[in-house]
Design a protein around this ligand. Structure first.
Ligand code: G1P
Length: 309
């Protein structure tokens, strides 16, 4: 049975960015540039490339800049047009090619689950994607597109899985999983998927202590949810850190019957992923994407070689 295509996505961007202070004291972390554009633009581009047409940003009072980035600036446009700076003009208008951007504010942030719950009215009874903007996927890894295709075939919800060490697993959702053979599940023709990439989740816990880590698979950054998650989020008690945890909500979806939108699958990320909310992850993203930039790449590589590190 084919399920309807997913057109809506939610980007929770109300976090304080404390891991990146003092850089994020006055600037939203989502606006820190990665090469030549803010991190949030990569996320909006990735969603658009995966077929998302409507993107809701969960914002806060200190995040005007994120909303402004996806808006027109008539006087700057005029100035660039008058001076013939067409490439720059195109760069500030790139947002027009992206999914339609909306925003809603999370007045009193109470965790990631609470942030996603703010999308309930906007999303309604549709399935939807969630993209955490700290997780920057290299454009060569279309993980969201693969996850959306799995959702269309199997229904339920789909989360991105990352292979991690037990120590790393304590910083993420940790999942107990069983492999889903592609042929048996009718997934063999999905481009970029191989056996060993798709799993069914049996259990998941948020940031477990090291002796309670469930496997080498962590749930990170990209999710596709059945709307059945909303009634769960509505009454969910605070979990780890006293916050309403998204992981606790989809943990409950595992046991919901398939006919009611239950079941959770995982797709393993095989390409590069950067945690741009972390200082080191951010630097790694800058260098990796910088050396691949057609214009900046060659001189940047030369500079790195000259440094002789
Ligand atoms: C959040 C989620 C966690 C996930 C992580 C990385 O945690 O709660 O389950 O593994 O993002 O995508 P945070 O890093 O915001 O504390």
């Amino acid at each position: 049975m084919a399920h309807s295509p997913v057109t809506h996505a939610v980007v929770p961007a109300a976090g304080r960015g404390t891991r990146f202070l003092p850089a994020t004291k006055a600037i939203p972390k989502e606006m820190l540039p990665v090469v030549d554009r803010p991190a949030i633009e990569y996320v909006a581009q990735e969603a658009t490339d995966a077929g998302i047409t409507d993107l809701l940003i969960i914002s806060s009072h200190s995040k005007h800049a994120v909303e402004d980035h996806f808006d027109a600036v008539p006087d700057l446009e005029d100035a660039l047009r008058t001076s013939g700076k067409t490439e720059l003009l195109d760069s500030i208008n790139r947002y027009r090619q992206l999914a339609r951007i909306h925003s809603v504010r999370q007045g009193h942030p109470q965790g990631l689950g609470h942030a996603v719950y703010q999308a309930r009215q906007h999303v309604g009874e549709r399935p939807f994607a969630v993209l955490l903007p700290d997780d920057l996927m290299h454009p060569e890894e279309p993980i969201l597109r693969k996850m959306l295709q799995v959702r269309e075939r199997l229904g339920g919800s789909v989360v991105a899985l990352l292979e991690v060490t037990p120590q790393q697993a304590t910083a993420y959702g940790s999942a107990d999983v069983s492999e889903v053979p592609l042929a048996k599940a009718g997934l063999s023709d999905i481009e970029g998927l191989a056996d060993g990439d798709v799993f069914r989740l049996n259990r998941v816990v948020e940031k477990p202590p090291i002796d309670e880590v469930l496997s080498e698979y962590a749930t990170v950054g990209r999710y596709v949810f059945d709307p059945a998650i909303f009634p769960i989020l509505e009454t969910l008690e605070p979990g780890r850190g006293g916050e309403i945890q998204l992981t606790d909500a989809f943990a409950k979806l595992i046991d919901v019957p398939v006919e009611e939108g239950g079941g959770v699958y995982g797709v393993v990320i095989r390409g590069r992923r950067f945690d741009t909310g972390d200082k080191l992850g951010y630097l790694q993203a800058l260098v990796s994407l910088g050396v691949e930039d057609p214009e900046l790449g060659p001189p940047l590589r030369q500079f790195i070689q000259q440094m002789g590190l």
